[in-house]
Design a protein around this ligand. Structure first.
Ligand code: FAD
Length: 356
């Protein structure tokens, strides 16, 4: 077995599809994960906050080849040329149902289920010839795609990314994208909303500016020293949501009707915790174990990675240890997006092919 992927979410699927397109056969790859359906975790979170449209655009798809994007696929399927016009203006956001249907096709065509083994991996150890995973192996090339290390919960509250309904009055704790989405969801459901936040909401077009998706923007990010880089990541990952009437108008109307107000605490109302995820590699048991067992460089809450998302001390001409998903932010600030998953996946494939 030459390649192993640990994890079973969108980043693992993007990694798998990329390896397959690079000519690596299902028999040469094992995927150790907790969910046989790699869309399941994301779908439940998106459904819980009633997400209808993707935050990403046409290129936010899971197929290994960049072309065609989701807009062209929609145009071809539904005869909807408007999708292409929206893409040109960067205003095309695919329907969640179309994204999920596309993801299912990637699962089927890539042969994912032939490589999938249900297992929660507890340890990665560097050995001669690669890495052992819970003592199995060695695997020459390992991609860790374990996702977020759990929801940031509040006692007695339902989390925004778990299935829930909206009571007649609800306190929503948080001030980022999930909180703003929940304010609108609850108002649309007829509820009265009490917004509880530590600071006024930060309004930004995207969590990570577009420049960080370009070669030049990334090169300047990679040129930053550790302190400046972690300060920038902290800033980029502050909770925020976009500007615009679609967000503001329903809140303004609800404030006039007395159905939306800001209060310092939850005052006994039922609570939705729009508090996101736990942060940092120390909260991920596998990554915490890896850094303790090997001399893996870290800075603050991040594992220090090479620009191509590999762990420098454990990667050479014969073996690769890469990190995709949110834990890969040191290499790609928007690592917790589909674009980020593909960034890590493509570099991983280059390493896996190099030692063939
Ligand atoms: C509501 C919501 C909407 C989003 N919308 C978009 C969007 O429109 N566009 C976009 O680009 N991005 C979007 N994102 C961001 C991003 O695409 C997701 O966070 C994505 O799901 C991350 O995938 P992942 O595989 O890294 O992590 P996860 O989805 O968390 O999956 C990780 C998987 O690995 C498993 N696992 C963890 N540890 C182990 C272990 N030790 N052994 C085996 N398996 C393990 C987990 O159980 C899980 O199955 C959205 C995120 C959310 C929450």
């Amino acid at each position: 077995m030459r390649c192993a992927i640990v994890g079973s979410g969108l980043a693992a699927l993007a990694g798998y599809a990329t390896l397959r397109r690079g000519g690596i056969r299902p028999e040469e790859i094992v995927v150790f994960g907790t969910h046989e359906d790699p869309l399941e975790v994301w779908r439940e979170r998106a459904a819980s906050i009633r997400q209808q449209r993707m935050r990403s655009e046409s290129d936010g798809h899971l197929a290994a080849a960049a072309f065609p994007g989701l807009a062209l696929r929609e145009a071809a399927r539904r005869g909807n040329v408007l999708a292409l016009a929206h893409t040109a203006a960067s205003t095309y956001h695919p329907r969640v149902e179309d994204f999920v249907a596309h993801g299912r096709r990637v699962v089927e065509r890539s042969g994912w289920s032939k490589s999938f083994v249900g297992r929660n991996v507890a340890s990665v150890r560097a050995v001669d010839g690669g890495f052992e995973l819970d003592g199995d192996g060695p695997f020459a090339h390992v991609l860790l795609a374990t996702g977020h290390p759990g929801l940031e919960r509040l006692a007695g509250a339902v989390h925004a990314y778990e299935p829930h309904d909206y009571p007649s009055t609800v306190a929503v704790v948080g001030a980022g994208m999930a909180a703003a989405t929940e304010w609108l969801n609850a108002l649309a459901a007829g509820s009265e909303v009490v917004s509880v936040r530590r600071r006024p909401p930060l309004r930004r077009p995207l969590n990570v500016p577009r420049s960080f998706f370009t070669k030049r923007g990334l090169a300047s990010f990679h040129g930053l020293g550790p302190a400046a880089r972690s300060a920038m990541l902290l800033d980029l990952t502050q909770p925020s949501y976009p500007t615009g009437r679609a967000w503001d108008a329903p809140i303004e109307a609800a404030m006039r009707e007395g159905r939306f107000r800001v209060e310092p605490d939850v005052n006994g109302y039922p609570v939705i915790a729009a508090t996101g995820f736990k942060r940092g590699y120390r909260n991920d048991p596998l990554l915490a174990d890896l850094t303790a067992a090997h001399e893996v460089e870290t800075h603050g809450q991040w594992i220090v990675l090479a620009p191509d998302s590999t762990v420098p001390a454990l990667t050479d001409d014969r073996r690769t240890l890469s990190i995709a998903g949110v834990a890969g932010q040191w290499a790609f600030p928007a690592s917790d997006t589909i674009a980020g998953a593909k960034y890590a996946a493509r570099a991983f494939l280059r390493h896996a092919c190099r030692s063939r």
